[in-house]
Design a protein around this ligand. Structure first.
Ligand SMILES: [Fe+2]
Length: 141
């Protein structure tokens, strides 16, 4: 299933929102490549995705420091858990002995990351809103 970005996921912070939209887009590109069984393309996108995820986590954590978000250590830990899980699956993708196995691992990573991202944005990233000087549901003007 493609991941859908919704207004509910808007934090109002331009960097965070643009990162999240970009992540949704790349996750959907991975899915498309898996559906087309285009392994070369899927491989390229998945590694671009993982690089983008790690860049995004670093940017978001830096913003949390700047705005004095009190739960930044816990939040950082959640990012680290996802990074470890993605790295583990990335290894499985790299080591897959058959194309079918590789596609299954790619699909698993894309699914897990997609589900996690939406839930993480709605349940965790939204906790930043009061510190970003906005309230939930209010979009940036
Ligand atoms: Fe986050």
């Amino acid at each position: 299933m493609p991941v859908q970005w919704t207004e509910q996921m808007r934090t109002g912070h331009p960097t965070i929102d643009s990162d999240h939209m970009q992540l949704v887009e790349i996750i959907n590109l991975v899915e498309q490549a898996v559906i087309e069984r285009n392994l070369v393309r899927a491989d390229q996108i998945i590694f671009a995705l993982l690089a983008y995820v790690s860049g995004h986590f670093a940017r978001e954590e830096a913003i949390q420091q700047q705005i004095g978000f009190p739960d930044c250590a816990t939040h950082k830990q959640k990012h680290a858990i996802m990074t470890a899980f993605s790295t583990h699956l990335e290894g499985q993708i790299r080591d897959a002995s058959t194309d079918s196995r590789k596609l299954a691992c790619l699909s698993q990573l894309q699914d897990a990351l997609g589900d996690w991202l939406i839930k993480h944005i709605l349940d965790e990233d939204m906790k930043m809103l009061p510190y970003l000087g906005r309230s939930a549901g209010v979009s940036a003007a």
